[in-house]
Write a protein that binds this ligand. Structure first.
Ligand SMILES: Cc1cc2nc3c(=O)[nH]c(=O)nc-3n(C[C@H](O)[C@H](O)[C@H](O)COP(=O)(O)OP(=O)(O)OC[C@H]3O[C@@H](n4cnc5c(N)ncnc54)[C@H](O)[C@@H]3O)c2cc1C
Length: 256
């Protein structure tokens, strides 16, 4: 029994279309001072059916426990190799960050996926992405997945210029607005302020907001205030300031 109370077999039975993979690390590299890219291979990746923005649920080792589950966006999937790339923020000593910072070539880990329901809104005239470092893999893979004639805007909060990255393939019209935080991650208001000020193009847009729980809620509120309807905003909290994610991988809500 895992600390989240759910065995892999039970999860696979409960989550439709989801499979288990025995990932083996091929190599790893630092993309920025705080982000490590992990390249894995596994049997079955060649026919993994995932859309841009979906993630894998990784069973990371946890002290004194079987493991915790942590979710990481599929940054890139190379079905020919086959290989899957995960970009992970090394922010501290939580089980996910500790695992991502210490895993070595040849090490293996269980993954379950694809997970996640938020994908690109095909009919939108423009796409606005908002988030922090942990959201960059999702935001960039979604930008790379847009059709060539799309218009994308992104408001991205990072520690400083050393954490800036660019999407690997940019086919769309893309406007990136980098915000440098003043203080610890998840504590400032710069992200929501930038979202309040970003010029919104004409037409019907769609917003995607990922990152720290309070900041996600604040950005969503700003966007509603700017006239977007609730159905025009997809949002998901990835982590919560000062509180470890639950063993099943989701941030705990303030009332839990
Ligand atoms: C659907 C989904 C997709 C995700 N995709 C990615 C991804 O592609 N890349 C990625 O890096 N993460 C991603 N995350 C976040 C990831 O799953 C973990 O929440 C994160 O790695 C923290 O796990 P942990 O075990 O290290 O820390 P936890 O045990 O959860 O927390 C320990 C401490 O670290 C703090 N903390 C957690 N995250 C951060 C952070 N980013 N910056 C500063 N402090 C932090 C917490 O507030 C807490 O105080 C995703 C989450 C979800 C739900």
């Amino acid at each position: 029994m895992t600390p989240d109370g759910e065995e892999t077999s039970a999860l696979l039975g409960r989550l439709p279309g989801v499979r288990a993979f025995d990932l083996e690390l091929v190599d790893a590299q630092m993309r920025t001072p705080a982000m490590r890219r992990l390249r894995f291979t596994a049997e079955g990746l060649a026919d993994l059916d995932a859309f841009s923005g979906q993630d894998l649920m990784i069973a990371v080792p946890a002290a004194g426990q079987a493991h915790f589950r942590r979710r990481y966006t599929i940054r890139r999937l190379d079905r020919d190799a086959p290989a899957v790339f995960l970009d992970i923020v090394l922010h501290g000593d939580g089980p996910g960050a500790a695992w991502a910072g210490s895993i070595r070539a040849g090490d293996r880990v269980e993954a379950i996926g694809p997970r996640g329901k938020i994908g690109l809104a095909p009919a939108a005239d423009w796409h606005l992405f908002c988030g922090d470092e942990a959201a960059l893999p999702a935001i960039f893979t979604m930008v790379e997945g847009l059709p060539d004639d799309a218009h994308a805007l992104a408001v991205l909060e990072v520690t400083g210029s050393e954490e800036e990255q660019q999407p690997e393939v940019v086919r769309v019209r893309l406007e990136l607005d980098w915000v440098y935080r003043d203080g610890e991650p998840g504590t400032g208001t710069q992200l929501e302020e930038a979202v309040a000020g970003v010029p919104l193009p004409a037409g019907t847009g769609h917003a995607y907001v990922f990152g720290e729980l309070r900041q996600v809620a604040a950005c969503r509120k700003v966007l509603l205030g700017r006239g977007l309807a609730p159905e025009q905003i997809d949002h998901k909290a990835y982590w919560r300031r000062g509180v470890a994610n639950a063993p099943h991988g989701e941030p705990l809500r303030p009332d839990t």
